[in-house]
Design a protein around this ligand. Structure first.
Ligand SMILES: Nc1ncnc2c1ncn2[C@@H]1O[C@H](COP(=O)(O)OP(=O)(O)O)[C@@H](O)[C@H]1O
Ligand SMILES: [Mg+2]
Length: 598
């Protein structure tokens, strides 16, 4: 039996009829294993039933031995029956555990897979609004709870109920008077124990909290011991610590008194009650109202019933917490994906030309709706042209790319590609036409080959090599002894910024997009790697609509059109020469600042 550990952070679940009915929806995941569950349940009933016959049989054995009861069966026969039942019991238990495990393991694996698939298909906003830790905890802790519920808690709960019902039935039929006496004393004891237990648990928590407090004082002062000394606050701090310790002692003493009272309560009341009942029973045996065997059976049943009642409370709280877990799991599953899974599967064939148009786009980030980030953006990029977005940081340049990727919904206006609102395309098919080379490239821990393949998982070895060559990566890759099989990331080689950038370009080459987004792709590189990367980028940009965000204006001199952004608006647009000639313009002053400082 697993001990219930108290977790003060766990949200309290109020179980209403509504939430309970919804919680049952999680059964959908174990539905494919209904057969296992049903057989498991039957075995559970059989096992519990057989288990409940034991005390009765033992009582009978005693009576037969004493000769109080004349039975046609001999002791060895009863012994054989007992052994037979033990074997059956073992058989039932084994298959019940395995069957329940099958339903819970497979069912919960399905829940995990469904959750994961849901998570990766959720819109970006979801991840900005929830904390990653919370999401991970749902995938692990909550599902773990459900798994426990299905594999073990639910079964135990049902078993205890069977034990309770059957046990009560047995004693009321065989020894009704004694059962009645017990029935009158027992609930008082149980309720008393529960109330007492709760009070003690509360004290124990208080003590723990106060103890944590003293530790906080301790670590705080140790960390800033020099401050304590320089302010000569040693006595002040030790006074603070002493107070806290004194509080701990006070609570601990209260806790100890509670525990003491509890154990004397248990000893006197619980065992007292039990003794009282047994004494009553013995009187009855003496009066020959019941047999000794019946008394033994009765006492055994009482002990089993006591354990069952204790267990029920425990399993009940665990079930409640599992219901709470299903709520949090279902909340994620209910959130609407941005992509239909079928659609990702097909990678929807959509071949765009790459004409991009922003029509009066207004936008606020969902997590910060007090700031209008884009205030009426208008721009039109003919297919295959290269444009640059320049302007101070925070102007909204990256935001324009995010919107083109359809990461967020617009407040008003529209983004149109090839004459069609991008919301009207299938999202995967649409995004398949776009590649991004960001400023900071994150590679997955794995081989260089896997990282390049991320651009198009079904590319051939030859295509990978071509992509590596085109992105100027091939040279440094072949310098590694393992070549494309070199592991990158934490457990492998650490690639430099420029090398990572070139891997990202190789990915883009494989993806062969119609629209290319470069968000400060070379900004964090030193001059030498910038040259190699820029070369690769220039090759990549050929025949594609390219939007380039650049910090260094020298890199965007050659583009077809430069848009200058400031505070979410396009303040100027034109070619480098046009913009530079306007001596009062923002671009002119930006450019002058940069070219002079070089
Ligand atoms: N994910 C986000 N959530 C909320 N605000 C954001 C987010 N990303 C950017 N912003 C805000 O939007 C504004 C424009 O950002 P951005 O487009 O990244 O600027 P730029 O790329 O021009 O430097 C900034 O004020 C920034 O703080
Ligand atoms: Mg940016």
């Amino acid at each position: 039996m697993k001990r219930r550990t108290f977790d003060p952070n766990e949200p309290k679940t109020k179980v209403t009829k509504e939430s309970f009915r919804e919680a049952l929806e999680i059964f959908k995941f174990v539905q494919p294993y209904t057969l296992e569950l049903v057989i498991g349940l039957i075995l559970l009933f059989l096992g519990s039933g057989v288990f409940m016959i034991f005390p009765w049989l033992i009582g009978k054995m005693i009576d037969v031995a004493q000769g109080t009861v004349e039975l046609n069966i001999s002791l060895p026969t009863i012994g054989l029956v007992l052994i037979g039942m033990l074997v059956m019991q073992g058989f039932f238990s084994y298959f019940r555990v395995v069957l329940f495990a099958k339903a819970s393991e497979y069912g919960m694996a399905d829940v995990r897979k469904a959750l994961y698939l849901k998570l990766v298909t959720l819109p970006l906003v979801f991840f900005e609004k929830s904390r990653v830790g919370e999401i991970v905890s749902r995938l692990t802790a909550d599902v773990e709870k459900l798994q426990n519920a299905f594999s073990f808690v639910l079964a135990e709960f049902i078993r205890q109920i069977i034990v309770l019902v059957v046990g009560l039935g047995f004693i009321f039929i065989t020894t009704p008077k004694l059962a009645l006496i017990m029935f009158l004393t027992f609930p008082i004891i149980v309720v008393g124990t529960m109330i007492f237990g709760r009070y003690i648990r509360k004290l124990s928590n208080e003590r723990q909290k106060e103890m944590a407090n003293t530790n906080i004082i301790l670590t705080e002062t140790m960390q800033s011991i020099s401050a304590v000394k320089s302010f000569t606050n040693e006595l002040f701090e030790s006074g603070r610590y002493n107070n806290s310790i004194d509080t701990v002692v006070n609570i601990s003493m209260k806790f100890a008194r509670g525990r003491g009272a509890f154990s004397s309560f248990i000893v006197s009341v619980l065992f007292g009650g039990l003794l009282f009942i047994i004494w009553q029973g013995i009187v009855m045996v003496q009066e020959e109202t019941i047999t000794a065997g019946e008394l033994v059976a009765f006492v055994s049943y009482t002990a089993i019933l006591g354990a069952a009642i204790g267990g029920l409370g425990n399993f009940y709280t665990q079930l409640l917490s599992a219901v709470g877990a299903t709520e949090r799991v279902r909340e994620i599953l209910k959130t609407e994906s941005e992509v239909a899974v079928r659609e990702i599967n097909e990678k929807a064939n959509l071949n765009l030309l790459g004409e991009v148009e922003f029509k009066d786009v207004h936008f606020r980030y969902p997590t910060r709706d007090d700031v209008e980030v884009l205030k009426g953006i208008n721009l039109k990029i003919p297919a295959g042209q290269k444009v640059a977005l320049v302007g101070p940081s925070g102007a909204g340049k990256s935001t324009i790319m995010q919107l083109l990727l359809r990461f967020y919904n617009l407040e008003s206006g529209s983004v149109v590609v090839d004459g069609k609102n991008i919301n009207d395309y299938s999202i995967s098919g649409y995004r398949n036409n776009i590649a991004v080379v960001p400023q900071e490239v994150l590679l997955f821990g794995g081989t260089i080959r896997e990282n390049i393949l991320y651009g198009r998982p079904d590319a051939t070895e030859e295509e990978i090599i071509i992509a590596a060559k085109q992105s100027n990566s091939w040279e440094f890759i072949t310098l590694f002894p393992e070549g494309l099989d070199t592991i990158v990331g934490e457990r492998g080689v650490k690639l430099s910024g420029g090398q990572r950038q070139r891997i990202a370009i190789a990915r883009a080459v494989l993806k062969n997009p119609k629209i290319l987004l470069l968000d400060e792709a070379t900004s964090s590189l030193d001059a030498e790697s910038e040259k190699v990367v820029q070369e690769a980028l220039n090759k990549l940009m050929e025949n594609r609509t390219s939007i380039i965000i650049a910090h260094r204006l020298s890199t965007v001199r050659e583009v077809d059109c430069i848009y200058v952004l400031d505070h979410g608006k396009i303040v100027e647009q034109g070619t480098h020469d046009e913009l530079f000639d306007n001596v009062d313009g923002t671009y002119h002053s930006l450019a002058k600042l940069q070219f002079e400082s070089v």
